[in-house]
Design a protein around this ligand. Structure first.
Ligand SMILES: [Cu+2]
Length: 318
């Protein structure tokens, strides 16, 4: 379908069939810390009206977001659009870039009318406290689309507001610049503890962490993803004669009421095609997907080359 046809259909639908009771598309959570890697999701309610399913969601990434990545979603394809800036910006940890993500589209799925779903995002926010960010969303349905792009004035309501994010009026969170061990983050019953990566100037890097399963059902880590790498694989080490070799595995098991350590020399997460060197003191987001517990995004601090455990944690020797 040509762009002209899409635009024509959109205009028609917008004119004739916007019911008053459309469920707004909102960002949840909507309150962010300045300068943070902010994990949120676009919550999409009803279709575009007329009982039609939602088939695509396109979100425009506004100025004030220096990097954005989408959480993969079963049954949906993700397309990322970028744009060139006239002036380079700091995309995090001093990495200057003139290419930023300008829009993200999930498409190919079908969200029935009267159901809701969430589309996950990690946004690297600029250090600008006290601002409001508006993320315009185009919701495409079978046979039409709705543009959620209005920015309501203070105290006003809009019929089709963009998804809004408030950046808290506080100092940027400095914690993630200092590589300290973050508190455990959970997906369902599984806690992700003490994540860290080793600093490297190379195109590949390893991530280590502990997965603790507080539930009575065995689970498996089936996927990992990060915007800092072209691809992310689950690896183990196997003994090959006298040498240890890395090998990709389909999944990493986490026993019921047990734990699995991803550590140097054993299971690990491999970042392949790093888009920037991993520098000591930096950090980056990593999204882990479990077969049963679902997905969770953790912030991975970068420690010195050769580090064998997350600093600030207990000292385990190998
Ligand atoms: Cu590896």
């Amino acid at each position: 379908m040509s762009m002209l046809k899409i635009a024509g259909a959109a205009a028609l639908v917008t004119l004739v069939s916007v019911p008053a009771a459309l469920a707004h598309i909102v960002a949840d959570p909507a309150e962010a810390k300045p300068g943070s890697y902010f994990r949120t999701a676009l919550r999409v309610g009803h279709g575009c009206g007329a009982g039609k399913p939602t088939t695509a969601i396109r979100v425009t990434i506004p100025a004030g977001v220096v990097n954005a990545s989408a959480q993969p979603k079963a049954g949906w394809e993700i397309k990322v659009e970028t744009s060139k800036l006239e002036e380079p910006v700091d995309a995090g940890h001093g990495r200057m870039t003139d290419t930023v993500v300008s829009a993200i589209t999930w498409s190919g799925g079908s969200l029935p009318n009267e159901q809701f779903d969430e589309f996950g995002l990690v946004l690297k926010l600029s250090d600008a406290p006290g601002k409001q960010l508006a993320l315009p969303v185009v919701q495409t349905c079978a046979g039409g689309e709705t543009r959620w792009d209005q920015i309501p004035a203070a105290g006003q309501r809009a019929e089709r507001p963009a998804a809004l994010i408030r950046i808290a009026d506080t100092k940027p969170d400095a914690a993630h610049h200092h590589g300290h061990a973050a508190a455990a983050v959970k997906a369902g019953d599984i806690a992700v503890e003490q994540p860290f990566a080793r600093a490297t100037p190379a195109k590949v890097g390893g991530v280590f962490l502990t997965l603790r399963n507080g539930g009575g059902t065995a689970d498996r880590l089936v996927k990992a993803a990060s915007p800092v790498a072209e691809s992310v694989e689950l690896h183990t080490h196997i003994k090959d004669g006298d040498a240890m070799r890395m090998r990709a595995v389909e999944n990493i098991p986490v026993p019921a009421h047990g734990q699995t350590a991803l550590e140097p020399g054993g299971y690990h997460i491999m970042l392949i095609g790093l888009k920037q060197a991993l520098k000591e003191g930096g950090s980056f987001p990593l999204t882990l997907t479990f077969e049963k517990a679902g997905s969770v995004t953790v912030t991975v601090p970068v420690q010195k080359a050769g580090a064998s455990a997350a600093s600030g944690g207990h000292d385990h020797k190998h």
